[in-house]
Write a protein that binds this ligand. Structure first.
Ligand code: ZN
Length: 487
């Protein structure tokens, strides 16, 4: 994700230790599958859906329950962990306070179910018999989501409908079982394994559907009902998301056989935005290894922050100033490598994808001087921002927690989160490059992308990809992540 936060460079937006082993689906048989049949009704502002989830037990323990994250419940009036901080409340709730929720209306394939967790954020299904490691189970879940009026990942916005994180998604399944996460107004709390998706989406015919994977219109049995149904099939993705818009236009380009689509409605220079997406996708493919999906979609939508990434799709805010758009598009495109393809625990070590996505932007701008943003300026802006943060916090609080492997809930707010996950992350990768040089840095990042694509990599596994660089960098990574490095 990228937030609207100013920094020293006015031209553009710069924006607990893990104790479990990474859990990595290694073959298609280890992957889960979601078949979702859903309809969005604008009259009620609701999604009504039925979903079949096929779960593979990739852990080392027998599972007595299956657990799913209910991210849509973060939009409840009484949510403990709200989706936006007070700073962003007024721009998010454009029509005043508005709330949503998810209701589980039926479950089959399990003995019983309950909505639980720290903040009604978990659906727990009790299985008739424990699911042994390596076994698979299939359950059906019927649910309804009341959408809030909010410019957010999930909600009815002023001009569009954002459908991100709208369905029950399996909790992060590590070797020791399920890990539950709460929502967080700072950062992206999502940690999902890759799975195959088959989605049928019915919407009023007035809507254009923006999707990361091709949305194929289905033959309409009731041609005069004013609805259209679309089928989307996506293999090996961490989640699926859509944006619905009434007056969106679409332009496309092709890069290395990948179709790049840009859906927009307010952008007065759409060809330029499309070019930022196409050029950065080409650059990152060359730098880190090939893009994994058949299509890449960028969607302009009403969104409280700068942008938000999903596999093969990113949302960029309609509120971006023209000068801010390149940095946001490039950052979100880098996320296709860092989180979408190469997964990491965004809740426990957000710097791993945010720091790397932001640093990848520095690499992109360095090689594209037309933007007028030099590598040096980019790094210096991060350093300036981080040092100002450190200085202010030291004076106010006496000491500052600058560790990087820590849960999103440990941050005091957006300011601390941005400086630790983004700026300090950028500085770390810059120091790595200073030590081993650009060629070895890129070789290590290519290795990281190829070894961990489709998996969830631990911070130590990212650091481990630099082991062959001829210099022992483990200490450098550790000094940054444990908050010991002096910057
Ligand atoms: Zn981001």
């Amino acid at each position: 994700m990228q937030k609207f936060i100013s920094c020293a460079l006015a031209l553009f937006v710069l924006s607990t230790t893990l104790t479990v082993a990474a859990c990595a689906p290694e073959s298609k048989n280890d992957r889960g599958m979601y078949a979702i049949n859903m309809e969005y009704c604008p009259e009620t502002g609701k999604i009504v859906a039925e979903m079949t989830a096929e779960v593979a037990n990739t852990s080392k323990v027998a599972l007595e329950q299956l657990k799913f994250q209910l991210w849509a419940n973060a939009y409840r009036a009484d949510a403990k962990y709200k989706p936006v901080s007070e700073t962003f409340e007024s721009s998010a709730y454009y029509n005043g306070a508005s709330y949503g929720e998810m209701k589980i209306t039926g479950v089959s394939g399990a003995q019983s179910f309950e909505v639980c967790g720290e903040d009604e954020n978990i659906l727990s299904l009790a299985l008739a018999s424990p699911l042994a490691p390596g076994e698979r189970a299939s359950v059906q879940i019927c649910f309804e989501v009341q959408l809030a009026e909010i410019n957010h990942r999930l909600g009815i916005t002023a001009n569009t409908v954002n459908l991100g994180n709208f369905y029950p998604v399996l909790c992060h399944l590590a070797s020791d079982g399920f890990h539950e996460y709460v929502y967080s107004s700072s950062g992206d709390p999502f940690v999902s394994e890759i799975a195959d998706y088959d989605v049928t989406l019915t919407v009023p015919e007035k809507y254009v559907v923006a999707s990361g994977y091709a949305a194929e219109e289905l033959a309409d049995a009731n041609a005069d009902d004013g609805k259209r149904a679309y089928h989307v099939s996506a293999e090996g993705v961490r989640d699926v998301a859509f944006v619905l818009g009434e007056s969106m236009e679409c332009i496309t380009a092709e890069v290395q056989g990948i179709e790049i689509a840009y859906y927009y409605y307010g952008d007065t220079a759409p060809e330029e935005t499309l070019a930022h997406a196409a050029e950065s996708l080409a650059f990152f493919s060359e730098s880190f290894g090939g893009y994994a999906y058949p299509r890449y979609t960028v969607v302009e939508t009403d969104f409280v922050y700068g942008g938000m990434e999903y596999p093969a799709l990113c949302m960029i805010s309609s509120g971006l100033h023209e000068s801010e758009r390149p940095a946001v598009v490039v950052h979100e495109t880098a996320h296709q490598w860092w989180y979408a393809m190469v997964g990491s625990n965004q809740f426990e070590s957000a710097w791993q994808d945010e720091g790397l996505a932001e640093y990848s932007s520095a690499l992109y701008f360095e090689k594209h001087p037309d933007y007028g943003i030099s590598y040096h300026d980019f790094i210096e802006a991060s350093e300036r921002s981080y040092r100002a943060f450190f200085s202010v916090r030291s004076q106010v609080a006496g000491e500052v927690n600058t560790s990087m492997n820590r849960p999103l809930t440990s941050y005091s707010g957006d300011y601390e989160y941005r400086n630790i996950a983004y700026d300090k992350g950028v500085i770390l990768f810059d120091r790595v490059r200073e030590t081993i040089g650009e060629r070895k840095l890129l070789r290590a990042l290519k290795r990281y992308a190829s070894e961990y694509s489709g998996k969830i990599a631990l911070p130590s596994q990212l650091a481990g990809c630099f082991a062959g660089a001829g210099v022992n960098l483990a200490g450098l990574f550790e000094s940054f992540t444990e908050g010991k490095a002096v910057i």
